[in-house]
Design a protein around this ligand. Sequence first.
Ligand SMILES: Cc1cc2nc3c(=O)[nH]c(=O)nc-3n(C[C@H](O)[C@H](O)[C@H](O)COP(=O)(O)OP(=O)(O)OC[C@H]3O[C@@H](n4cnc5c(N)ncnc54)[C@H](O)[C@@H]3O)c2cc1C
Length: 375
Amino acid sequence: MHATDTALILGAGLLGRLLGVSLVRLGWRVHLVEQASGPHTAGGAARVAAAMLAPLAESAVTEPSVVAMGRDALPRWRQLCADLPRPVFFQQNGTLILWHRQDAREASRLAALLQATARQVPGLPSPQALDEAQLSAHEPALAGRFAQGLYLPQEGQLDGRQLLDALLEELHQRAVPLHWNQPTTLAEALAWQRDHPGAWVLDCRGLGAQADWPPGALRGVRGEVVRLHAPDVTLQRPTRLLHPRYPIYIAPKENHHFVIGATEIEADDRSPASVRSTLELLSASYAVHPGFAEARILELNTECRPTLPDNLPAVRQVAPRVLQINGLYRHGYMIAPAVHDAVLEYLQHGTHTLAQRWGLRWERAGVEAPETLHL
Ligand SMILES: Cc1cc2nc3c(=O)[nH]c(=O)nc-3n(C[C@H](O)[C@H](O)[C@H](O)COP(=O)(O)OP(=O)(O)OC[C@H]3O[C@@H](n4cnc5c(N)ncnc54)[C@H](O)[C@@H]3O)c2cc1C
C-alpha cells in the first residue's frame, strides 16, 4: 500500500460516506472524521433531505450542467444501492407535477421550459401532459382531484436515511476508522497530511466547511420539511404542487411514510421550523390528498443546504492532494454519484475528463497548515 492510497475524509455526510466506501473498496486506507456524536445525529443536510432524483423537474431552477449530472447519476444510483450490504429504497417511477386551476399559467410556462430542456439535454425523456383520465391511471389515489398534470418519466428518489445507514454499515464491515465527535478544521487536516506524506484530504463537511472558504462564499439556504406517517395515502411517486407562494413536494417513502417539503429561505438559520412554514407545508399536502388529515407528524426538521454564490457545485484544490468538495445545494442526492465519479477519476488518474464533460467546476486556491490532528 502506498501513502497515496490513504485518505482522510472530513464529514460523514452524503459525499463523505459515499467516497469513503468507494475508496475502501478500491483498497485504500480511509479515515473519516465527523463532528456529530454518533450515527443518528450525523449527516447534516443529507439526514433531512427528501432525496428526490429529479433532473428534469429541477431544470426549472438550475443549469444544464447540474441537469446532465443528475441524468447520468440515476443509473449509477441503482448500481450503488444494489452493491450495499443493506436494502435501500430506490425508485424510478417518474415525477408528477400538479396545479390548481388558478395556477394554469404558471403550469404552461413550466411545461414549455421543461420541453425546451428535454430537447437541449440529450437523453432526458420529454415531459408528458396528462388529462384527468390519464392522471387517474398514473396515480389512482388522486382520481377526480385534479383536472390535469405533467408527468416526467424516469425520474427517481431514494430513502436517504436508509442509504446513509447502509453506507455506514459497509464502512463498519470494512473496519474503516470513523471518529465521531471530532469537529475538524482544514488546517488540522493539513497538519495530519504533513504527518502522512502522500495522503489525500477530502473535505466533505458541507456547510461545516464555511470558515475554510473565502468569506461569504459558502452560505446556507434554509429548508424545512415535515415527515408524516399517512396510512390512508398511497402515492406511487414524488408529487409536486405548483403554487405561487409555496410550491411543495410530497415524496412517498416505504410503509406510508412521506417527506413533505421544502421551504427555501435565504438564511443561514437552523432554528426550528416556523408556524407559517409548517402550516403551508401541511395545508398544501392536505390539498393534494385529504387522507393527510389523519396523518401523524413524525418529525419537523430544519437544515441548511450548502450553497456557493452561483448555486452550483465545485471542487476546490487548496493544496497538493487536498480537495474541498462542496456547494451541492438542493441537488446533493441528485448529483452525488457524478461528483463522486469525477473525484475518483482525479484521485486515481489525475485527470478531469468527467468533470469537464459535466461542466463541474474545479478551482485552485492556497491554504496553510498549522497544528497537529491526533487520530
Ligand atoms: C430540506 C432539504 C431538502 C433536500 N432535498 C433534496 C432532494 O430532494 N434531492 C437532492 O438531491 N438533494 C436534496 N437536498 C440537498 C442535499 O441534502 C445536500 O446537497 C447534501 O446533503 C450535501 O451533501 P454533503 O455531503 O456535501 O454535506 P452533508 O450531507 O451536509 O454532510 C456534511 C457532514 O459533515 C459533517 N461536518 C460538518 N462540519 C464538520 C467538521 N468541522 N468536522 C467534521 N465533520 C463535520 C456534518 O455533521 C455532516 O455529517 C436537500 C437538503 C435540504 C436541507
